[in-house]
Design a binder for this molecule. Structure first.
Ligand code: UDP
Ligand code: MG
Length: 323
């Protein structure tokens, strides 16, 4: 039987939630239009979660797939493992802690049918602490929307549906699962969002503290760099380098003219050293840009990665199939 829909769930120390999650998915599955599977990824739990997952796999082999990771690799890696093992054309991600409601999945699927490639859940009425969760998240969503140019209300909501072909185009690192919509937009995906329910966590603890904020910020810088400059890093490094050198050059010219016209010592002016430093820094930045350019070429040429992404082919095979 061909699986059309894969639900991918990362599980880390969620022993109380696993049986409830399975029940909730079963209840929601009555409204799934297509054959489905539930891909549960155990992210190195120390509690009884792995045993419970094994039990579910034995009990419902038609639907439940289980991937057990060797240790705790983090939510993003667990999600990536789940996506790699999913067989459906549509992949829906959700959390194991029942904060997301599987009953919302049919709503996401209905939106997919309208022709979208990504349907993002939006926890409009979010049930989390305000100061440590809701507020930082609101700031993050605003910032991520501005920086990536993909406006969404809720990047942090795991409950989202993706067409698998858009997921295949990139790998996930760090805390990057929240940036999937931005990556997907970069490969030409059509994106929309729908409000979804959100429940307080009833069992177990949240796996994250405030240090996630720093990680998300650093990931955002990486994502911005990759999305805007991956193919042409020299534009970033070179642009920065030329500006710095230009500024430094102007300072040096200023002290030079002052020396020649008014006889004011150049060596004792702070502009002299600052200017010199900026010129050197600028050159360094340009050189780094050139090295980055070499790396990009190595990446594309050794892995035979094209610099474009095809949406569809009509009456023509992909180039690799023709060799
Ligand atoms: N999770 C995981 N590996 C980790 C941390 C979390 O697989 O290292 C899973 C966790 O079991 C849950 C989901 O990721 O299914 C979201 O985690 P959590 O509910 O703690 O995040 P929050 O909702 O507090 O943002
Ligand atoms: Mg949660």
């Amino acid at each position: 039987m061909k699986v059309a829909l894969s639900l991918v769930v990362p599980v880390y120390n969620e022993e109380e939630n696993v049986p409830l999650l399975y029940e909730a998915v079963l209840a929601a599955a009555e409204h799934f239009p297509q054959p489905w599977e539930l891909v549960l990824v155990d992210d190195g739990s120390q509690d009884r979660s792995p045993a419970l997952l094994r039990q579910l796999a034995a009990q419902d082999p038609a639907h439940v797939r289980v991937v057990l990771l060797r240790r705790n690799f983090g939510q993003t890696a667990a999600i990536a493992a789940g996506i790699d093992h999913a067989r459906g054309d549509i992949v829906v991600l959700l959390d194991a802690d029942l904060q997301n409601d599987p009953a919302d999945i049919p709503k996401l699927l209905a939106k997919m049918d309208e022709g979208y490639d990504v349907v993002s859940g939006w926890r409009k009425d979010r049930q989390d602490p305000f100061w440590t969760r809701v507020l930082p998240s609101a700031v993050a969503n605003w910032l991520i929307s501005r920086v990536t140019g993909v406006p969404l209300h809720d990047y942090g909501c795991t409950l989202k549906a993706y067409r698998r072909e858009v997921l295949r185009e990139f790998r996930l690192y760090g805390e990057m699962h929240r940036f999937i919509p931005a990556y997907a937009a970069a490969v030409g995906a059509r994106i929309t969002e729908v409000p979804v329910r959100h429940h307080p966590r009833r069992f177990g603890r949240s796996k994250y503290g405030l240090n996630r904020i720093v990680k998300v910020l650093l990931d955002l810088i990486t994502v911005k760099f990759l999305l805007s400059y991956f193919h042409k890093p020299i534009y970033l490094f070179g642009g920065l380098g030329l500006s710095l050198s230009g500024l430094g050059g102007a300072m040096l010219a200023f002290v030079f003219v002052r020396r020649v016209v008014w006889g004011i010592s150049a060596l004792r002016s702070p502009f002299f050293q600052t200017g010199l430093m900026l010129v050197i820094l600028g050159f360094q930045a340009v050189l780094m840009g050139l090295i980055a350019e070499l790396l990009v070429r190595t990446y594309h040429e050794t892995q035979d990665k094209p610099t474009y992404v095809v949406r569809e082919r009509l009456n023509v095979d992909p180039p690799s199939a023709r060799r």
